[in-house]
Design a protein around this ligand. Structure first.
Ligand SMILES: [Zn+2]
Length: 67
């Protein structure tokens, strides 16, 4: 997650195997690392692969722009 000023406020990576959690995709790990925030609508979520339906939905629900 990156602010408009270019500051990285959270990062994550796929932890499905390590955690045994089938929802621990890289995007979800990043959301968890970002914690509770009020500025979701100003952040940029960068990923190395196209987000799946679950991660796309979480991005829409957090009102991250670009969707
Ligand atoms: Zn996903």
């Amino acid at each position: 997650m990156i602010t408009p000023a270019g500051e990285v406020v959270a990062a994550g990576h796929n932890m499905r195997v390590q955690s045994g959690d089938p929802t621990a995709h890289g995007e979800m790990s990043c959301f968890r690392a970002a914690g509770r925030r009020r500025d979701w609508h100003t952040l940029t979520l960068a990923t190395t692969l196209s987000p799946c339906a679950m991660c796309s939905g979480a991005t829409v629900l957090h009102r991250i722009p670009g969707w």
